[in-house]
Design a protein around this ligand. Structure first.
Ligand code: ATP
Ligand code: MG
Length: 504
């Protein structure tokens, strides 16, 4: 291997029952480059990097790191060779502090052999400062937001000397500010010679921070390009086998909106997080909520469905008070809520796909005296295939699915529940571009049937291409509602950041 390459994978293969996750993949990582891996959900991206991290063993092939050959790696060898990985799913220990999580395996000790916690906190705070992360390290992980946890996972990877840093969908659910911190960290460290493998479904990001891109499809390597010599269109085509022109464009059909039948969200408040929010959504309408992470969007959804306590707020549907007293009450009243964090709230991962999909519907239709299991399976199968959930069978346990496919199971659950009102919180996080457009079609079908849809999203393209109106939250307040031609990515961004027209 020439000295410019730090890592090379040769003919790596890995299969699971019914799935060829990786099929003779070759890959080359140069020193100091940021190398993206892209591909549809289930293409094999996480499998590939978990092999490099030593947590999955390949069936065949080899890996050369800095000139040394390996047929397999275990996690300690991977770390010894200075490979650090930020996994797709949060792997922090909730009950420990930020500092303890960062230095979990090499906690500084006192002379007597006790853990020197104050030194640990000092080191961790220094590290966070250097990386430009504001969170303090003496706080418990459980009290952090989703975004802060993500940034801490990244800091943890930086706490040990890394020559190769692997990031699996680091920006999923990060907002523009979190992303900026991350991109700064990436650029500064790549300049110093760190090599980075970067997985993302957001091709825009890849064009912003990456030097090279490798495309995987169905476990095979399709191509590798220098980012500066390739068009986005080419990559989309290689990933999904069709052009981006065939992707979702919404045909606005305002005729379906029924102005007299509406859901009224009246004066919702929770001390310090949601500040007297009121708006209404008409039947047949898709209402988007934009804003930065922490602006109160998720908290608003949680108090609406009764997951968290509120100080005030009333929900009125077609003139009738339906304010839910608990999440279960809200399901009974026909309100679905897709949470932003699929693992904690949305899925029972050790159960099969079809059970997870049926779950919300059963909770709603408790009066059904018996289950028609066969019919249930057929319907779940249909919806799983509409959403392109990649799996040999819907009896597969959810834990064995790739990240994006798990997200599709949560979506399927709410699409199937037949709720009148659905709140989607970051519905397409981790979902590939091709499947996103299928999901938007399904959501559009729902509003055609007169359902009410509210979508919270940090994806400005999603908000601007899917929603009829977009409300923007900032510091707990609903500061504006964009309509018609006002809805575009730039406007959503500016309002989220609080940049008013006069500032320009
Ligand atoms: N433990 C397992 N048992 C069975 N199948 C598995 C297991 N782990 C992964 N797979 C399958 O291997 C394939 C590749 O999965 P992988 O997680 O690598 O995809 P990915 O490219 O990271 O997708 P995503 O974008 O959704 O994260 C998928 O079809 C997945 O269902
Ligand atoms: Mg993955």
């Amino acid at each position: 291997m020439e000295s410019g390459n730090i890592l090379e994978a040769i003919n790596l293969s890995k299969s699971y029952p019914g799935v060829q996750a990786l099929d003779s993949v070759n890959f080359l990582l140069k020193r100091g480059e940021v190398h993206a891996i892209v591909g549809q959900n289930g293409a094999g991206k996480s499998t590939f990097i978990e092999i490099l991290a030593g947590s999955i063993q390949p069936d065949s092939g080899s890996i050369i790191i800095d000139g040394q050959d390996y047929v397999r790696l275990d996690p300690s060898q991977s770390i010894e060779r200075s490979i650090q990985t930020v996994h797709q799913d949060n792997q922090l220990i909730e009950e420990l502090s930020v500092a303890e999580n960062i230095y979990l395996y090499n906690l500084p000790q006192t002379k007597l052999g006790f853990v020197n916690i104050s030194l640990c906190i000092r080191h961790a705070d220094d590290l966070l400062d250097r990386l430009g992360i504001e969170t303090r390290s003496n706080i418990k992980i459980s009290s952090l937001t989703f975004v802060e946890k993500k940034l801490i996972s990244i800091a943890k990877a930086f706490s040990r000397k890394a020559k190769i840093l692997i990031l699996d969908e680091p920006t999923a659910s990060l907002d523009i500010e979190g992303e900026k911190i991350l991109f700064d960290i990436i650029r500064r460290n790549a300049e110093k010679g760190l090599s980075i493998i970067y997985i993302s479904h957001d091709l825009g990001e890849i064009f912003e921070v990456c030097d090279r891109v490798t495309v995987l499809k169905d476990g095979k390597k399709i191509a590798a390009h220098d980012v500066k010599n390739v068009e986005m269109e080419t990559i989309v085509h290689e990933m999904i086998g069709r052009s981006s022109h065939s992707l979702y464009t919404r045909v606005l059909n305002t005729a379906r909106i029924k102005s007299d039948e509406k859901l009224e969200i009246i004066d919702y408040s929770r001390y310090k997080v949601v500040d007297h929010v009121s708006f209404s959504v008409r039947k047949g309408e898709i209402f988007g909520i934009g804003g930065l992470v922490g602006s109160g969007r998720t908290e608003l959804a949680r108090i609406i469905i009764g997951l968290d306590k509120k100080d005030s707020g009333k929900l009125v549907f077609c003139g009738k008070d339906i304010t839910p007293s608990s999440p279960y009450d809200s399901i009974k009243k026909g309100i679905g809520y897709l949470t932003e964090n699929r693992k904690d709230d949305g899925l029972v991962v050790i159960r099969p796909i079809f059970e997870n999909i049926s779950m919300a519907r059963f909770a709603r239709d408790r009066h059904i005296p018996y289950l028609e299991l066969k019919k249930e399976r057929t319907t779940t199968e249909e919806i799983a295939s509409q959403l392109q959930i990649k799996t040999p069978s819907i009896s597969q346990l959810v834990i064995n699915l790739s990240g994006g496919n798990q997200q599709k199971v949560v979506l399927a659950k709410w699409l199937y529940a037949n709720s009148e009102i659905i709140l989607f919180d970051e519905p397409t996080v981790g979902v590939d571009v091709g499947s996103k457009s299928e999901i938007y079609h399904l959501i559009d079908n729902l509003v055609q049937q007169g359902k009410i849809i509210i979508i919270i999203s940090s994806d400005y393209l999603e908000l601007s291409s899917v929603c009829d109106r977009v409300g923007i939250m900032r510091f707990g307040k609903l500061i504006t509602i964009l309509e018609g031609a006002q809805i575009n990515e730039e406007n959503i961004l500016k309002n989220s950041l609080g940049v008013t027209m006069e500032d320009n």
